[in-house]
Design a protein around this ligand. Structure first.
Ligand code: ARG
Length: 544
């Protein structure tokens, strides 16, 4: 089904011949949408914009959807949707709030790489952002009807396991009895040991070889470290109310057997060359080559990501890949994608996007860290927000702060501001939802209901209905551009329109058809707020 804005657009384009680029009107007196298509056409033809506008207005067939079109200023065309049409659309939203969301066109198979913490380390702020953003993408793209395959690319393989296992053996500790913070302390002790003792460093190196060769005792300890870490990650996911489960795990270790295959493939086909003992790929536009295998014969992060691309395209049949990883890794992904394109692992029809994100800053404007200067753990952030508000509200505050400004921007973690129920915050939207719910409950108790929007006489009512008609477009734009702040901005505007509507139009105190229509409008808005918040991964409690 075409949404109202696309329908309008299509009808204008049928006459104008080019995309009218309809924009929401900047002032109520300009109607609901505006287009500068006449100005652009006149410019190309060398004719007068107002003449072109007059000709278009003559020919455009919108009588069933709009009031007569108007020409404004130098040749803008203003569209005002008929109120009976708005009422119909609002009623449709009421019946099926997600009806406008499903994607036009082919459903795709989308792999989203997100969260991806490292074994024996607690999740830090960067993983928080990745988890929240990736979870939002999963929800939005699934709602649009795409097949989403989350891939939690945890760091469960590599040289660090040599020192970890050696340290465990030396201390004689029972890994299974550790929790994640204790495993992280072990990591730090092992690292210190590695720096200070040559002999320990040698043992750690030999242990890596044993791990790779599949030595049973080594593998058991390695697996225990993973299990302990997963228990910690899963507890955090649960606390964050995200969709990730163990079924989405696709850690680095699963590519272990593929690494040598990738290296040989690249070398055989002349894509990779040996340079200074290492196997590398030179890619145009990059100062340093991509390292496939280092001079010591080890495979690293880049080779693993190439194997992952191969797997995701070849076995999972992804035709869109999204990597939600901090901005500092932008260069890494550019290079991986470039090598993968060269090698044919990433065919033309498959898109690969790295969605980077900015840092979380402390009140001092510097990168958020503990007093000791170490990275802040995710759990301590959740604790900080929960000291200001109930868990569901604290979580809404964090997620919304994370999603509502452009992802690339840094943002300041200010728990007090984030949990406020006024301003552009998650709790404000939850509150708007709860308030609508309260009115509806009251009406219900008094025996009133509204099952269709039929009267839209007041501008404040029309504004709410107009916004409701845009919901599907906004969600589609998020799925396309991967910019959740568009949905946040939309919901914030909708909540604001709802509150102006209450101020200007009595709901419970009105009567007859006006009351039932207003109740229906309230209910449709409540549903869109709840559905929209859910797409952001935010709960909408019934009461607050
Ligand atoms: N474990 C990495 C880190 O914490 C993130 C992995 C991102 N995903 C990937 N395919 N490289 O920095």
């Amino acid at each position: 089904m075409l949404s109202l804005p696309s329908l309008l657009s299509e009808r204008v384009q049928a006459v104008a011949g080019i995309d009218p680029e309809l924009r929401p009107a900047t002032r109520p007196q300009f109607g609901h949408y505006q287009t500068n298509v006449a100005l652009r056409l006149a410019n190309a033809e060398g004719t007068k914009p107002r003449d072109v506008a007059a000709r278009l207005v003559e020919q455009i067939d919108l009588g069933d959807l709009c009031e007569p079109l108007e020409i404004a200023g130098p040749g803008f065309i203003n569209l005002r949707i008929r109120t009976d049409v708005l009422a119909r659309v609002a009623t449709q939203v009421l019946t099926e709030p997600s009806s406008g969301i499903s994607a036009a066109g082919q459903p795709r198979t989308v792999v989203i790489d997100y969260s991806s913490p490292n074994v024996a380390k607690q999740m830090h702020v960067g993983h928080l952002r990745s988890t929240i953003i990736g979870d939002c993408f999963t929800r939005v793209l699934r709602a649009q009807g795409h097949t989403v395959i989350p891939q939690n690319h945890i760091g469960d393989w590599g040289r660090q396991f040599g020192m970890l296992v050696e340290q465990i053996l030396e201390e004689g500790i029972d890994v299974a009895a550790l929790d994640l913070p204790a495993a992280e302390e072990l990591y730090q002790r092992a690292n210190g040991h590695l720096q200070s003792s040559e002999e320990f460093a040698d043992r750690a190196r030999e242990r890596v070889v044993m791990l790779q060769a599949g030595d049973a005792a080594t593998r058991t300890l390695w697996q225990q470290l993973i299990d302990v870490s997963l228990a910690g990650f899963n507890a955090t996911y649960k606390r964050m109310n995200v969709l990730l489960t163990n079924a989405d795990l696709a850690g680095e270790s699963i590519y272990n057997d593929d690494l040598a295959v990738v290296a040989a493939d690249l070398e055989d086909r002349g894509i990779a060359v040996v340079d200074g003992g290492a196997l590398v790929v030179f890619v145009e536009g990059f100062t340093a080559p991509a390292i496939i295998r280092n001079a010591a014969g080890g495979f690293g992060y880049t080779c693993t990501d190439l194997a992952a691309v191969r797997h995701r395209v070849g076995d999972l049949h992804a035709d869109r890949m999204i990597y939600v990883v901090g901005a500092p890794q932008a260069h890494h992904f550019e290079q991986v994608f470039a090598v993968a394109r060269l090698a044919g692992y990433l065919p033309d029809g498959v898109s690969a996007e790295h969605v980077g994100f900015g840092q979380v800053l402390g009140a001092d404007g510097k990168k958020f860290s503990t007093r000791e200067g170490t990275a802040v753990t995710l759990n301590s952030l959740l604790d900080a927000a929960e000291s200001e508000a109930a868990p569901a509200i604290a979580l809404a505050a964090i997620k919304y702060a994370d999603l509502s400004s452009g992802l690339q921007k840094d943002y300041t973690f200010d728990a007090e501001r984030m949990v406020a129920t006024t301003g552009d915050t998650g709790p404000y939207l939850q509150y708007a939802h709860a308030r609508a719910n309260q009115i509806l409950r009251k009406a219900e108790a008094e025996g009133f209901a509204g099952d269709a929007v039929t009267v839209l006489a007041e501008p404040a009512e029309q504004q709410v209905a107009l916004l409701l008609s845009r919901f599907g477009e906004v969600v589609a734009a998020v799925g396309e551009t991967l910019q959740p702040h568009r949905l946040c901005g939309y919901l914030y505007e909708l909540a604001g329109a709802l509150s102006s509507f209450y101020e200007q139009c009595p709901v419970l105190k009105s009567e007859g058809e006006v009351r039932s229509s207003r109740l229906a409008l309230c209910e449709a808005t409540r549903k869109v707020l709840a559905t929209g918040l859910d797409l952001l991964g935010i709960e909408a409690p019934e009461r607050m």
